[in-house]
Write a protein that binds this ligand. Structure first.
Ligand SMILES: [Zn+2]
Length: 342
């Protein structure tokens, strides 16, 4: 919903926010179909990727799952996602074990069985140690489980809680796979607000967020060498010489969006009146406060986990030193006992 307020100079400014169910359009000029996803899905995926990123020191864990939605009339709509509980048998990367493969197949079968509007339209996974691209293993997953020409792969690259980039990959007519434009900021609140509005009732966001906030359990992972670069990676933006940041990419179209947002806001303001606006602003402020609180909670959880991990590591080191000292002592005493010269 758009809301008007006065800034310090007394000029009216527009604030817009994407409603959770509103569809956000991925800017992909080369993709033969339109990719859309709900703001809620974007936010949940962003948080899931960022949470896992902070769940382990030095790069965190990678996550993945299935994207559910619909494809019709040249529009791919991503409405929901189902995480795949990867057992991380090969370390923190999203590399599927035979068990994970079976789980993915079962998950896809179950989604297809469940009659409803949401069918598997692709999959997502995060890269915490590499760029937004599809590795050879990723391409195998895509071809094996998502063979339709309209099924997509989404790669998320978390940098911080707020900064998560994403890139969609789609099949061209000749079945070759191409990145749908350069990586863009993956967020329910893109660099410039979309005036797409859906009059959805306020969301019980807290519950979904609480679920997303549960940090990934710290499983003991054997240290894994970063996987070697894939021989034939599919770059996310083969058509662009220079990688540009999403803000720069979208600067041109943002003026039109702003104009549309202004007009929409003016109409809404005229219709609803001052009192409604007040209520809406209060709701927005409240939601903002909740989001800020959640970010703070996550941050403190992350630092708590970090120090816990440090404590455990120190303890392990101490135990190792102790047992080493014990061994040495034993060796010395044995040497003493059996040394015929002494
Ligand atoms: Zn990958």
């Amino acid at each position: 919903m758009a809301a008007m307020r006065m800034n310090r100079k007394g000029t009216q400014v527009v604030e817009t926010r994407t409603a959770p169910e509103a569809l956000v359009t991925w800017k992909a000029p080369h993709c033969p179909f339109l990719i859309e996803y709900t703001a809620r899905t974007a936010e949940q995926l962003r948080l899931a990727a960022a949470d896992a990123f902070f769940s382990l020191p030095r790069g965190g864990a990678e996550i993945g799952g299935v994207l559910l939605g619909a494809f019709e009339k040249g529009r791919l709509r991503i409405l929901r996602h189902v995480p795949l509980d990867c057992e991380h048998a090969f370390g923190p990367s999203f590399t599927l074990s035979p068990k994970d493969h079976a789980l993915l197949a079962e998950l896809l079968a179950a989604s297809r069985r469940s009659a409803g509007d949401a069918q598997p339209v692709g999959w997502y996974h995060s890269h915490t140690r590499s760029d937004v691209f599809l590795s050879v293993a990723d391409l195998e997953i895509h071809d094996r489980y998502f063979p339709e020409n309209w099924q997509v792969a989404l790669v998320l690259r978390p940098y911080s809680l707020e900064h998560v980039q994403g890139g969609f990959f789609f099949r061209q007519a000749d079945r070759s796979i191409q990145g749908a434009g350069p990586p863009q900021e993956f967020s329910a609140d893109p660099a410039e607000p979309f005036p797409v509005e859906a009059d959805a009732p306020p969301e019980p966001k807290a519950q979904a967020m609480a679920a997303a906030a549960v940090p990934a359990p710290i499983t003991v992972l054997t240290p894994v060498e970063p996987s070697p670069p894939a021989p034939q990676p599919v770059a996310a933006d083969p058509l662009l010489e220079i990688r540009v940041t999403p803000r720069e990419t979208s600067a041109g179209s943002s003026r039109a969006y702003w104009l549309a947002a202004l007009l929409a806001a003016a109409a809404i303001v005229a219709a609803i009146g001052y009192e409604a606006r007040g209520r809406e602003s209060a709701a927005l402020a409240n939601e903002n406060a909740q989001l800020r609180q959640r970010d703070n909670d996550l941050r403190s959880e992350v630092s708590r986990l970090r120090s816990e991990l440090e404590r455990q590591t120190a303890l392990n080191r101490k135990l190792q030193q102790d047992s080493e000292a014990e061994k040495q002592k034993r060796k010395r005493s044995q040497g003493f006992a059996f040394d015929p010269l002494l």
